[in-house]
Design a protein around this ligand. Sequence first.
Ligand code: 13P
Length: 261
Amino acid sequence: MARDKKLIVANWKMNMGVHESSLYLHELSRMIQPRRDVEVVLAPETLALQTLSVQINHRQFKLAAQNFYWRDHGAFTGEVSATMLRGIVQYGLVGHSERRNIFHESDKDIRAKVQAAIRNNIKPILCIGETASERAWGETLDVINDQLIGGLANITSEELEDVTIAYEPVWAIGSGQNALPYDVTIAARGIRSQIKHLYGAKAAENIAILYGGSVTAESAADYLAIPDVDGLLVGGASLDAHIFSEIVDKAHSKSTVVKKG
Ligand code: 13P
């Protein structure tokens, strides 16, 4: 993902079935114009992906899987692989804190999923972030470093070009307690510095970093104004078409300001 665009990702989580998602996409497509400077990515539940991929204007929206298994085929009852999602989605969330904490995904699972996504032409959005207690202990940057090492092991510099990092502090997700722009600035700098350590200065400069955690239409512009932040991963606020389109508009006007300035 080149950094000349803002990336706004809507994570609908386990909300809205196929029919509802389809109706909601219809509503969003009337409210959000295709923009050259903003990429809007929708992550509905897995069953809705196929329907939405047919319905969608691909210039207007891209699709992301919220989850997938890292093996391509085989006896893995109930799982959907990145191979099965290939051609339907352009992005895939990996390592979301709900996957880490509720479904006990380990760094080993997460790095296998990052690799599976890349192997199947899906751009991984690797989610990282500290818990409230890790934050209280001042361990935010250590957690970020460890999760980057854990998630990106075996990923080459060339493959890294397709990876986006989403900084989502666990305590800010769904809590209404969004991180302060200052904290996000420090975290995003920490991410670039660890990427520099692992892959060099050019990779650190090029990698796209998103912020996620209780983003609202009111707070979006503050995060988008942070030089190291290239977009947003939006949960709850993406379920309201008016609020979500307002967030996308903020990304558009932000990119316009950056270009002119
Ligand atoms: P909320 O915006 O609801 O806090 O969710 C953030 C998130 O987890 C996006 O992946």
